[in-house]
Design a protein. Sequence first.
Length: 519
Amino acid sequence: MKRNLTIGTLALSALSVMAQQTEQCPNIIFILSDDHAIQAISAYGHPLSKLAPTPNIDRIARDGAIFRNNYCANSISGPSRASILTGKHSHKNGFLANWNQAFDGSQQTLPKILQENGYETALIGKWHLISKPTGFDHWMILNDQGDYYNPDFITKNDTVEYAGYVTDLITTFTKQWLQTRENDKPFFLMMNHKAPHRNWVPAERHYDLFEDVTFPLPATYFDDYEGRFAAAHQEMNIYRDMYEGHDLKMVTGVNSDTLLYDPWPHAFLETMTPGEQQRFFEAYRERNNAFHTTSMTEKEIAEWKYQRYLQDYLATIRAVDESVGQLLDYLKTTGLDENTLIIYSSDQGFYLGEHGWFDKRFMYEESFMMPLLMQYKKHIQPGTQVKGLTQNIDFAPTLLDFCGIDIPDYMQGESFRELTDTGRTPEDWRRSLYYHYYEYPGFHSVRAHYGVKTERYKLIHFYGEQHWELYDLENDPHETDNIYGKRGTEQITRGLRKELIRLQEQYELPEDHLKPEKK
Ligand code: CA
């Protein structure tokens, strides 16, 4: 920014005001990946991530804050994204499920408020809210879920297919936008990765990355779902429900270039060039041949599928980690990191074999939790640990707070700025979280449910068939022992039910959302 260099007292005080204003208006870069579980971010310390570390994503935790108890309001892509944008629960922002519905882009959102307050706003990558983005000066989004290879990008003007790997393209377009910005406004930039979303196709350079790694099997991989009706009736089991061709890249026989079951070839092999297809089959050849020439029991095949799933899922994350590294390096080189708040999160957590599952949806910890790392030099101390209960409805209020912009009353989340600034949880901070999943019937057949979580306990109501579940997370961190209705839990249950009703009233849940869907 060019300014008159005559430095008098007046000019100095004007500069000081400018500095304060700049101080109040950080740039914001929000990196949102899709289905990235905290088990797969090494800053969180899970044993899996030690075998597949994420050193660049970890830099944000090292230089800023890591959130140990951050959760979503509804564990599925569109609804979580809608909560992030609006600061509201699903029943208030209207995006309940990934069914045939579109986000109501006419409502007030975080990017619109930032725009109104002098920010330049941009969105690059996955959107997945069906309606066209609003509140962004510049946007370039993937079509629906997006493709891993040679994806289409949609802009205000057209749809163009770009050659390359989706994660790399999103990184390139993000850097291009940063490099070609012309004005001095502060900016809000969302870089939304497709990875590591299903069907986990790594970049060519990463096909073999974890080929020889054996990942530890979760203790609950062969869960019998005893005492848990909804868990017993889902369809998201790795060894029963994964598509062997589409998801697991399994082929019909020795040296075959024909995949087993793949219901969506148009979103997978058919987006690759013939050369890319050939290199894909070659990369899996030896492993697939070994599968067909080795005698295995059913249990061994189930474990084999877990390894294949993890190898691919974690390999797609390597490209995301490289992307974050490139972006952080760029910010550092240009000095932009000094006044930029950088966030890394994912729209929800994900099952990496716990309970035998992939996917999300349940209020159990692995899918309910969202990773959250946040760096903002001068404001957030390096190595800050945030332990208070936070939720995706808090993101918008918190960012407005960091920008010195009033938080609108309709937002249901709270600013957690004090938690990041001090590293402590204030006495009057929330002690419980509300959750509500709606998408039933739907993919993976997870029953609709709502629930309340405190630091130690979780009460869930699957209201279609009237099943209740109660977990003591201290004694049962894997949530396999449903103690609802058991002797000695009466008082805990009463307290949690009361809290659940209080939250439903506080968040103004409509009466008909407490009843099962009419089929
Ligand atoms: Ca997702």
